[in-house]
Design a protein around this ligand. Structure first.
Ligand SMILES: [Zn+2]
Length: 271
């Protein structure tokens, strides 16, 4: 009988038992070690110590991320250790990643976040929320035939089983962007202990991923337009996308996308 190992950092581990002699238990142990030792390692030259207020903001945002995911049916709350959230000096993300990232980013395998200490607490919390939604959504990892362990699912996005191609990455950004907009609107409406009047009066924080949000909205409209008989309203279609991101359920949605655009496969360019 196949044993099941609970992993607090991922929903699922996909492994071909005929190809790998390692036991699943060993794989889980090395995955957890990667998260806790590598993901939590201090970033020399750029990382700054967290203040008490920053820790309070981080805990608040972690909690809000779990709450919004629960409201879409998420039962598992992925744990992200405090040491894995690395606050870098303002401008640090760009320098540390030699221009790949702007103000923040995340590592799927290490369950870690880097985030610039931008001046506004509100903006800091918005960037953090975005990265945490990526990490706290449904996630699966896979062992490739060559033994390498890497991401298989990050929310709605999928990597092929040979590790070569990625699908639906932009859609994932669109969904995360939409959920981040929701979080921002709630903060402006209800406030939070770290938001001051100035923040609300300025109300000019740019939510990232506008383009991907627009693409997602267009696809939702297309599907709803072509399959009106199946849905009560447009939100039901959007919820299928959010559900795929949050809980991993893709089959019904993929059928709808394929029939809407009359395509057989989602094979895309590897970018
Ligand atoms: Zn993102």
């Amino acid at each position: 009988m196949r044993e099941n190992f609970e992993n607090k950092y991922f929903d699922k581990l996909v492994v071909n038992p005929n190809k790998h002699e390692h036991s699943e238990k060993n794989l889980h142990e090395s995955i957890i070690e990667n998260v806790e030792n590598i993901g939590g390692k201090h970033i020399t030259d750029f990382e700054v110590a967290k203040t008490a207020k920053e820790i309070e903001i981080i805990n608040f945002v972690l909690d809000e991320a779990d709450k919004i995911l629960s409201s879409y049916g998420r039962e598992k709350h992925i744990s992200i250790p405090l040491e894995n959230i690395h606050i870098l000096v303002d401008g640090g993300s760009e320098k540390y990643t030699t221009g790949n990232l702007k103000t923040g980013g995340h590592s799927t395998m290490q369950r870690s976040v880097i985030i610039d200490r931008v001046k506004s607490d509100l903006e800091f919390s918005i960037i953090l929320f975005h990265e945490l939604i990526h990490l706290k959504s449904y996630s699966a990892i896979q062992v490739l035939d060559n033994g390498k362990i890497e991401a298989y699912r990050s929310g709605i996005s999928v990597r092929s089983r040979d590790g070569e191609r990625k699908y639906l990455k932009n859609i994932e950004e669109g969904i995360v962007g939409l959920l981040t907009e929701k979080f921002y609107n709630t903060l402006i409406e209800k406030g939070a202990f770290y938001i001051n009047r100035e923040d609300i009066a300025n109300n000019k924080i740019e939510i990232s991923r506008k383009e991907e949000i627009a693409t997602l909205n267009k696809i939702v409209d297309d599907i709803y337009g072509k399959h009106r008989e199946q849905f009560k309203d447009r939100d039901q279609v959007l919820n299928l996308f959010i559900n795929a991101q949050v809980n991993g359920e893709l089959i019904k949605l993929l059928k709808l996308i394929k029939s809407t655009y009359k395509i057989d496969s989602l094979k895309a360019k590897n970018n």
